[in-house]
Design a protein. Structure first.
Length: 206
């Protein structure tokens, strides 16, 4: 864990898959755990300040278990991810905000660390694939720049275009730099449908 860990706040943007139950768990004796708990097993080893932004009331047992790693749940009105992020950004007091969608149970700590603390003096650091696609919901942002963008006139509608709209942007290669940290690129598997769930369970069971 970095000596600068207090400089980054992690915001987990919960969605309909965040509280889904998966079998086993990497660092727990629990027979099953939510997607959120899988994620927090990695996140809490990297970031001290963690907010879970949710429009869905999490099961009480999940709230109780996540309290142990210091994750604070912020309830917001049902909204798209950018609106939920805007609703929670005022709670962030650190210079850097790490944003992650709540549907990535296989996220690796070293990937989190590399992105979260690799931002340096850039406005944001975003993973980018060789085909040009990038991932704004697994990225680090300078908090003041992120706030300004979200509160700008078109900030919410254009959030997914943010790498093209900020001036001082850094990209990190998924297939290059990040694959060295996560050879199977499991960190980038998001749950979007039943096939993704089957794929993730297969990884867990292997």
């Amino acid at each position: 864990m970095s000596n600068n860990v207090q400089d980054v706040t992690c915001i987990v943007l919960a969605n309909e898959f965040t509280y889904l139950t998966l079998p086993d768990r990497f660092y727990s004796s629990s027979a099953d755990s939510s997607v959120l708990e899988y994620m927090l097993d990695s996140i809490w080893t990297v970031f001290d300040k963690i907010f879970v932004v949710s429009s869905i009331d999490p099961p009480l047992e999940i709230v109780e278990r996540t309290n142990s790693v210091g994750a604070r749940i912020i309830m917001v009105k049902p909204s798209v991810s950018a609106e939920a992020l805007k609703s929670s950004i005022e709670n962030v007091s650190t210079p850097v905000t790490f944003v992650i969608s709540g549907d990535r149970p296989l996220i690796k700590p070293n990937v989190l660390f590399s992105i979260g603390y690799g931002i340096k003096d850039f406005d944001c650091l975003i993973p980018k694939w060789s085909n040009g696609q990038y991932d704004v919901f697994l990225a680090a942002y300078r908090t003041d720049k992120l706030k300004d963008f979200l509160y700008s006139q078109d900030g919410l509608s254009k959030f997914e275009q943010i790498p093209n709209l900020l001036e001082n942007v850094s990209f990190v290669s998924v297939e290059g730099d990040l694959k060295l940290l996560d050879p199977e690129l499991h960190s980038f598997i998001r749950i979007r449908d039943a096939k993704d769930i089957e794929k993730i369970i297969k990884v867990i069971k292997d």
